[in-house]
Design a protein around this ligand. Structure first.
Ligand code: ADP
Ligand code: ASP
Ligand code: MG
Length: 411
């Protein structure tokens, strides 16, 4: 008997009708003779709605109470899904993160799964039940509820597949698989039949929401093959695995496998920072102490023993960043600072760029032809990212997709 882990995201269970469709999908897998463990996210926009509600009562709520609140979204959907299956005549049981044995590291809002004790889940599966597990949550050694960061149910599913040594791990979502760019914006994007862990990890880390980056990291570490597919149809999706052949057309060698964008970017610039050793260390350790996750950093050349330092982080950190910047400007002292939330990051990703020079040149040429201004640039072995104005993102995505030969001409 095979063990299957199936994960359904928020939009797949966003209404009673969708919940029933998901239940039928799970029932199919059970009817085929599999033991089925399901991970489910909160329904539709529940998590966003809970965040908005909390902000009305406290603009800077504590991380502990946020985790207490947000974890309830998944607790609703597991119970509702289990009831739906029971109503169809199936024996199903819902389990919270704690009941399913997810042990986390205590970091509210950004917790990592330290271990998973699958005893209870196995017991229920062996008793012939379909097990519905709450994604996105675990408990730390003190019994505190932790959430795993936005999109964290993907990581719960991969962890459960590892813990159960599952034969199959399917990630059901609202698109047909992993595309060369967000298919909602780039109509000529095409679904990759396969993608390697490394490329998927960069795509996800650069903003392709379809998988949480941590879930890809875990899948790579334990060699779990993922099947990302639609909960609305039975089409084959995308297989995420070690070595992938992502070429739709075997004749054509693609250097870039995808273009990703991330709107959750805040650009902060400190002007007139004294040019002396230890200043950057001081600024970034203050940011890290408050849990601000800094992404790109750019330092301008020195003039009159002063320089400008820019960095990016997520927009959620705005309040923290503002308070740190105010005190840094006074302490150093620096001249002043700006915080801009109308920028976005756009990245091209592909293992082919290790051996093929010229990707950056092509990217910059596309931006210059389209009059897109670049604010910051960063590179890694298999990706190049630029910060641009957010209202240029669609134009930039479409033109980069074309320039790197990714357009599906039949779309
Ligand atoms: P779920 O609720 O199933 O977890 P998400 O909203 O987290 O779904 O992720 C799916 C969304 O990711 C899609 O609706 C799509 O708009 C977006 N997306 C962004 N980039 C890509 C990509 N390269 N391939 C597929 N989907 C992408
Ligand atoms: N409900 C959580 C979120 O919206 C977790 C998830 O959907 O994976 O981020
Ligand atoms: Mg998601």
């Amino acid at each position: 008997m095979a063990i299957m882990v199936q994960k359904f995201g928020g939009s797949s269970v966003g209404s009673p009708e969708r919940m029933r469709r998901v239940a039928r999908r799970i029932a199919e897998a059970a009817d085929a003779g599999n033991q089925v463990a399901v991970v489910v996210s909160a329904m539709g926009d529940t998590t966003d709605d809970l965040i908005a509600l909390s902000r009305e009562l406290n603009p800077r709520p504590s991380r502990r109470e946020m985790d207490m609140l947000l974890s309830t979204g998944e607790q609703q959907s597991i119970a509702l899904l289990a009831m739906t299956l029971q109503n169809m005549g199936y024996d199903a049981i819902s389990l919270t993160g704690r009941q399913a044995g997810f042990h986390t590291d205590g970091a509210y809002a950004t917790a990592k799964i330290l271990s998973i004790d699958t005893g209870r889940v196995r017991e229920e599966l062996d008793a012939g039940r379909i097990v519905i597990v709450a994604g996105f949550q675990g408990v730390d050694s003190r019994g505190e509820i932790n959430t795993l960061g936005r999109g964290g149910s993907d990581t719960s599913a991969v962890a459960l597949a590892i813990g159960l040594n599952a034969d199959v791990c399917e990630i059901f979502t609202d698109v047909d698989g992993v595309y060369t760019a967000d298919p909602r914006i780039v109509k000529k994007a095409w679904k990759m039949p396969e993608v390697s862990y490394d490329e998927m990890l960069e795509m996800a880390a650069m903003g392709a929401l379809v998988l949480q980056p941590r879930s890809v990291e875990l899948a790579k570490q334990y060699g779990v093959k993922l099947h990302v597919r639609s909960s609305f149809n039975h089409n084959e999706g995308t297989i995420v695995k070690e070595e992938a052949n992502m070429n739709k057309d075997m004749e054509k060698e693609l250097i870039v496998c995808g273009v990703a964008h991330d709107m959750n970017v805040l650009k902060v610039t400190l002007f007139g920072v004294p040019d002396r050793p230890g200043v950057a260390g001081d600024i970034f350790s203050q940011l890290s102490r408050l849990g601000v996750n800094v992404d790109m950093i750019v330092q301008s050349g020195s003039r009159d023993m002063r320089q400008d330092i820019s960095f990016t982080c997520g927009r959620d950190d705005r309040a923290k960043v503002e308070s740190i910047m105010q005190s840094i400007v006074r302490q150093l002292p620096a001249e002043n600072y700006t915080v801009v939330d109308t920028v976005a990051k756009i990245s091209v990703v592909g293992a082919g760029m290790i051996t093929h020079p010229g990707v950056a040149a092509t990217m910059f040429k596309v931006f210059s032809e389209n009059k897109v201004n670049i604010w910051m640039i960063s590179t890694s072995e298999i990706k190049i990212s630029c910060i641009i104005d957010e209202d240029e993102v669609t134009k930039a995505l479409l033109s980069l997709h074309t320039a790197f030969g990714l357009d599906d001409e039949n779309a």
